[in-house]
Design a protein around this ligand. Structure first.
Ligand code: GTP
Ligand code: MG
Length: 198
């Protein structure tokens, strides 16, 4: 897929505020600081579209971006931000759950995982919940540039092995870096194929 146009549409604190226009929506989610905004910027080729920061928990709204005038890229709030107050953490998860389960034009979720880390309980819980609820998703490992080839391959293999303890089949998996652009073409190609199959 060639990205011809990208623009920010709106930030929503509730799903009722999301765009009315009916276009397929591809959403991105992950723990705070996983590199979601960086990946979105790299994918779209627009350096500062999504705000990146070294301070976790910055993205607390559902952000819609319209791409090529025919689909929405949706930046969801990060989950598992330990410093968020109980109340705001609860708000995040209601917003996330609401979006994933009630937004009709929602098509597929990309779940971002920091490839450097051991599988985190919160990510595994989130992924398992998606499976139970039959939510279509793909896994996207981020920050691949931070590991050497050997560690990268073994971390990914380890993650898959852990998933296979509770899953019969693995979802689609992408290995990406927002620094180098690794995985960008594959991810966009996959997204295009999903769009074509709608
Ligand atoms: P929140 O919105 O705060 O939850 O974070 P986020 O998931 O959007 O992460 P963000 O893109 O802001 O990135 C967090 C930090 O990781 C920043 O310092 C980025 O520069 C860095 N980072 C993100 N992706 C990569 C990557 O692929 N490689 C490297 N080396 N650093 C990255
Ligand atoms: Mg962000």
């Amino acid at each position: 897929m060639i990205i011809k146009s990208v623009s920010f549409v709106c930030s929503s604190a509730k799903i009722e505020q999301c765009p009315k226009k009916r276009l397929p929506e591809f959403a991105f989610i992950g723990r705070s600081n996983v590199g979601k905004s960086s990946l979105i910027n790299r994918l779209t080729g627009h350096g500062s579209l999504a705000k990146t920061s070294a301070t976790p928990g910055k993205t607390q709204l559902v952000n819609h971006f319209i791409i090529n005038n025919n689909w929405y890229l949706v930046d969801l709030p990060g989950y598992g931000y330990a410093k968020a107050s109980k109340v705001s953490r609860c708000t995040f998860s209601n917003l996330i759950t609401d979006y994933i389960s009630h937004r009709e034009q929602f098509t597929l979720l990309f779940v971002l995982i920091d490839v450097r880390l051991e599988p985190q309980v919160i990510d595994l819980e989130f992924i398992n919940k998606l499976g139970e609820d039959g939510i279509p998703f793909a896994l996207v490992f981020t920050k691949a540039d931070k590991l050497g080839a050997g560690n990268l391959a073994s971390n990914v293999a380890h993650y898959k092995k852990v998933l296979l303890e509770s899953w019969e089949e693995l979802p689609s998996v992408f290995i990406t870096s927002s620094e180098t652009g690794q995985g960008r073409e594959e991810l966009l190609k996959y997204l295009e194929n999903v769009m074509d199959s709608l």
